[in-house]
Design a protein around this ligand. Structure first.
Ligand code: TPP
Ligand code: SF4
Length: 130
């Protein structure tokens, strides 16, 4: 489905809220906000943050900028963390232990956590894309 920016900004609530501690002018928060707004309002999401700015600045316990579930994970393994969470979700769904509705699994990471130290984890992601 095409991403209609005007429609998304006008009609969908932000699921990444103000009050985070990212630097003023940083490009990452608007990107995260638009990605989260692209979800269907009725969908749930499990967000995973590889260690980095987005992780340490948006979920400083007990405060969070995310309205969805959020998993802190280590620098190099956001993809692996979410692959495990999704496997558990698929199993529980098959067993009828979850309510109706769709859950999306979304990893955020910097360049270091994604394709430097995190490349091994990213390269395993083909399993969940297939
Ligand atoms: C295994 C490991 N090595 C080093 C670190 C220290 N460390 C924390 S954040 C970070 C850099 C993160 O860079 P990037 O993934 O590009 O994210 P950014 O914060 O720049 O958005 C490093 C090296 C760590 N947390 N874990
Ligand atoms: S990536 Fe981190 S250090 Fe760089 S502008 Fe954004 S919040 Fe600040």
């Amino acid at each position: 489905m095409a991403y209609n920016l005007k429609e998304v900004v006008a009609n969908r609530p932000s699921r990444f809220t103000p009050g985070h501690r990212m630097c003023a002018g940083c490009g990452a928060p608007p990107i995260a906000r638009h990605i989260m707004r692209a979800l269907k309002p009725e969908d749930h999401a499990v967000v995973c943050g590889a260690t980095g700015c987005m992780e340490v600045s948006t979920f400083i316990y007990p405060y969070t900028a995310w309205t969805d579930s959020f998993i802190h994970t280590a620098f190099e393994c956001a993809g692996a963390t979410l692959a495990g969470a999704e496997a558990a979700y698929q199993s529980m769904k098959k067993q009828g232990k979850l309510p109706e509705g769709d859950t999306k699994f979304i990893a955020f990471g910097g360049d270091g956590g994604t394709y430097d130290i995190g490349l091994q984890s990213l390269s395993r992601c083909y399993g969940t894309w297939a």
